[in-house]
Design a protein around this ligand. Structure first.
Ligand code: LLP
Length: 465
């Protein structure tokens, strides 16, 4: 799923056609800053630490597996996005990547807005103290109850995704006698170069209203027809996919969205004040990935929108973006304890850890690539090709498909898998009745569980039979 996983080339550590493996990294003890959170370091005693707290202490206090999140890194990334986009644009953090009340507070303090896509995310956002006007509600099939709650709470915008939803939201605003700012989500027809399951702007998928066949323009007509019932159309929204490195897709998307703004002006005499180009910016899962920095992304997107508006003779609308992964993804690693080590002759060594596909489904689901480090000690043993697997009852239960670890890796060691901040805890499951791990935020040498570990009682609490 990361760029190096694109079908075009061999993956890191794969058996190449000529029968060789890609080379192990020069120094297995080194922590490449491209994939590790900012305050992570290997101390002089060989133990990995984050914000001054070492993994042995973390494991002793919180157990394993655990997601360990670098709070200062999270906040710094929020600031970098906000500063890069400046006063004329808005950054909405995509809560689906990872959301908790503490995260909501950090977002609030760092001046970001928040995109929620379900009633549960809306509940968490409000419970965390985010002012409703800084929330956007997404989703391709919002329930009536979710719409009513969002409108009643006064969310800043609802992104409309179907003809039925236009009528549903308008019926709610009319009934409640309130006005609601809305955007129309369009499908711009871009084939984003990412895994099929997370590409969202080609035509044959469930999201948005297609530009190409006029559906989007018809949606705009229908929204405007319900103006008297409380719908305020403020903009057009496009999200082309996730884990994208190539800005070309955003360029096409911006051009087509501005084209629709132009058509709306010509048909309705109305210049919409906002466009949202969604999220989807890629991060480094392995050192082979090379993501852009927020200021480069902001400049590229800002320039494209300005140029396209200039060409169409439109005043540039207010731009917004919705990064999720690019903010939280690099800020956390998953800490596991090794249980068994099984060398398979001539193949590789299987290293089983105490979690697996229940805490990180991304490898099984998208063929995602991760790297891994021995965390509780440094080692001068030679590299050996390994696969980190979990404890679940299927062979697809893989966390890190191909990587190298020191050959003396042994039961009891701690492994850290970096770049697991996005879509790991938020997609975690209770498969095999496994309690989900905690999320531990570390700052200034102090750790604190912002989401606690589930217990067997938590599992039994739902079992009311
Ligand atoms: N905005 C909208 C409307 C979205 O649908 C998404 C992600 C985002 C923003 C944030 O995208 P990001 O910047 O995080 O890439 N579970 C998959 C990713 C699914 C993304 C869904 N929508 C994964 O683990 O890779």
């Amino acid at each position: 799923m990361s760029r190096s996983a694109h079908p075009a080339g061999p993956r890191h550590g794969d058996v190449l056609p000529e029968g060789h493996y890609t080379a192990p990294p020069a120094d297995l003890n080194a922590l490449d800053p491209r994939v590790w959170a900012r305050t992570v370091e290997r101390r002089a005693d060989g133990v990995v630490a984050v914000a001054g707290l070492d993994v042995n202490e973390l494991a002793a206090t919180y157990g394993t597996p655990a997601y360990v999140l670098d709070e200062d890194d999270f906040r710094a990334r929020c600031r970098a996005w906000r500063e890069a986009f400046g006063a004329n644009a808005d950054v909405f953090y995509a809560g689906k990547a990872f959301l908790s009340r503490a995260v909501v507070r950090w977002l609030h303090e760092e001046g970001l807005n928040l995109d929620v896509c379900s009633g549960g995310e809306l509940t968490t956002a409000l419970a965390g103290g985010m002012p409703a006007e800084r929330l956007a509600l997404h989703g391709n099939n919002k329930s009536l109850e979710e719409i009513e709650r969002a409108v009643a709470a006064g969310v800043g915008r609802i992104v409309l995704d179907s003809f039925q939803e236009i009528e549903r939201v308008a019926d709610v605003t009319r009934r409640l006698g309130v006005r609601q700012r809305v955007q129309v989500r369009v499908t711009v027809g871009v084939e984003a170069h990412t895994h099929e399951f997370i590409a969202t702007a080609h035509e044959d998928q469930k999201f948005g209203l297609a530009l190409a066949d006029g559906t989007a323009a018809e949606a705009v007509r229908r929204v405007l027809a319900r103006r008297d019932d409380g719908l305020d159309l403020v903009g057009i929204h496009s999200h082309i996919g996730s884990q994208i490195f190539d800005m070309a897709g955003f360029e096409v998307s911006a051009r087509r969205v501005v084209g629709l703004l132009d058509a709306i002006r010509n048909e309705h005499g109305l210049e919409l004040p906002e466009i949202d180009l969604g999220g989807g910016l890629g991060i480094a899962y392995t050192p082979e990935d090379d993501p852009s920095e927020p200021h480069e992304i902001a400049k590229t997107l800002g320039d494209i929108v300005a140029r396209e508006c200039d060409r169409a003779g439109l005043a540039p609308p207010r731009l917004s973006v919705e990064p999720g992964r690019a903010i939280v993804g690099p800020t956390a690693f998953t800490l596991y304890r090794v249980g068994t080590v099984k060398p398979l002759d001539g193949l590789r060594t299987y290293v089983s850890v105490d979690g697996g596909m229940s805490d990180n489904i991304r490898t099984a689901l998208y063929d995602a690539e991760y790297s891994v480090a021995l965390a509780n000690r440094a080692s001068q043993a030679p590299p050996t090709l390994i696969r980190v697997v979990g404890k679940h009852c299927e062979s697809g239960d893989i966390v890190v498909r191909n990587a190298y670890l020191p050959a003396d890796v042994a039961p009891g060691d701690l492994l850290a898998v970096p770049a697991t901040g996005a879509y790991c805890r938020s997609m975690a499951s209770n498969y095999n009745h496994t309690p989900r791990p905690p999320v531990v935020a570390v700052r200034g040498g102090t750790g604190r569980a912002i989401v606690r570990r589930e217990t067997d009682e938590d599992l039994l609490r739902l079992d009311v039979g």
